[in-house]
Ligand binder design. Structure first.
Ligand code: FEO
Length: 393
């Protein structure tokens, strides 16, 4: 793929990583991802906004080379220090001895730690600072903790383009503009759940900061470019604001069918009442889909058998993720099973401690659910329905 002109003198020079399948050794990437970098050519100066992941330096250089030589770059803007965007910085600085690396103060500290970039090559910017390129002006906006401490946005004033790096991103290699991917918001929601949800407070602050700013294009560093930025901004307002739906997520593991039976029954009871129920069997669940469904679910149900003296390790992992991702759901329900001593409920509660979620109820059955257990499941379903239909207080 070649460099792509977005508007006059602004080019996409990034990389499509079609075959990458796991990010941060944690997040599955069923459709790969992209590392978007942008070249802004002013009449006097040239800036590169973000770079690409290690291993793609030459591809980046080739694309830049269609427009300018690497030696013509005056500024390399580092909105975020994570290596998927900063990975080509050492390569670029080695081949261009004049370019300054632009970063926040925390970004400067990070880039020194990661790449030993000397102080003399770094230009620290603060919120609102501007750099003129000649007919193009870059303004820097501090936007910390999205999702690292040093993150910032860059705004190209004349063209009204926002470069927010990870914020508003989506992990997929396909599509170039938002209208190329009809279900883009589904990918964006998944990305929000995986990366931004734990930082919802900071996301709301950033969105507040963007109010009043004229934005015609949002050019993130993962996924398609938004030529219709309103839809992703509105979605981020909902997700970061904790707006949930009449939706329940059930994440469970079953060894000999007891939890499977309970989950099927509970899901059927809730679905019959019009609730959107998403069920994830943790044996083969896509953790990214779990994260996506956590973004707007109102109640979280975890189900696990007792094994090795506690809840099944897959459920422990899921509970840990639920706690770490800090979804907006305020209510949890735990299902469990055991052969001789039930410990799954307590070990899951131990993991969830500190998550501020209220336990609506639990049911642990021995061996398999009996008639009386199905009655208890109906009671649990009623309690869940009250909260789901009642909205979030
Ligand atoms: Fe896309 Fe936080 O790096």
């Amino acid at each position: 793929m070649k460099a792509v002109k977005i508007v006059k003198d602004v080019y996409w020079v990034g990389v499509k990583d079609w075959s990458k399948r796991i990010f941060d050794a944690l997040i599955p990437l069923p459709e790969g991802t992209s590392y978007n970098a942008y070249l802004v050519v002013g009449s006097e100066k040239t800036a590169l906004i973000d770079t690409v992941a290690p291993g793609f330096e030459e591809e980046l250089e080739e694309k830049i080379g269609e427009i300018k030589g690497i030696e013509d770059i005056d500024y390399i803007v580092m909105n975020h220090a994570e290596p998927d965007h900063s990975g080509a910085i050492p390569y670029l600085l080695e081949r261009n001895e004049k370019a300054f690396l632009i970063a926040t103060e925390k970004g400067a500290d990070m880039v020194k730690a990661y790449y030993n970039v000397p102080d003399g090559r770094i230009m620290v910017v603060r919120d609102g600072d501007e750099i003129p390129l000649g007919g193009k002006t870059l303004r820097f906006m501090e936007a910390p903790w999205l999702h690292w401490p040093e993150t910032m946005f860059t705004y190209l004033i004349e063209d009204k383009i926002l470069f927010p790096c990870d914020f508003f991103g989506a992990h997929l290699a396909g599509g170039f503009y938002d209208d190329d991917v009809p279900d883009l918001l589904t990918y964006a929601q998944r990305y929000f759940g995986e990366i931004m949800m734990p930082f919802s407070t900071m996301a709301r602050k950033a969105l507040h900061k963007l109010e009043g700013l004229e934005i015609e294009i949002i050019a993130p560093s993962h996924g398609p470019i938004y030529r219709n930025p309103g839809k992703i901004i509105e979605a981020y307002k909902k997700w970061s604001g904790g707006e949930t739906r009449e939706k329940v997520i059930i994440a469970y593991v079953s060894m000999w069918g007891a939890n499977e039976r309970m989950v099927r029954e509970l899901a059927a009871l809730l679905t019959a009442e019009g609730v959107d129920v998403k069920v994830h069997n943790l044996v083969n669940a896509d953790i990214g889909e779990v994260a996506k469904d956590l973004v707007d679910s109102r109640v979280i149900v975890l189900g696990a058998p007792t094994v090795l003296g506690g809840a099944h390790p897959l459920a422990i992992y899921a509970a840990y993720l639920v706690k770490a991702l800090r979804p907006p759901a305020k209510y949890a329900v735990i299902l469990g099973s055991y052969g001789w001593h039930g410990r799954s409920r307590d070990s899951l509660l131990e993991v969830l401690k500190g998550s501020n979620m209220e336990l609506l109820g639990s049911l642990e059955v021995r061996a398999r659910p009996k008639k009386e257990d199905y009655e208890k499941l109906r009671q649990l379903a009623s309690i869940i329905m009250e909260k789901v239909k009642g909205g979030v207080e």
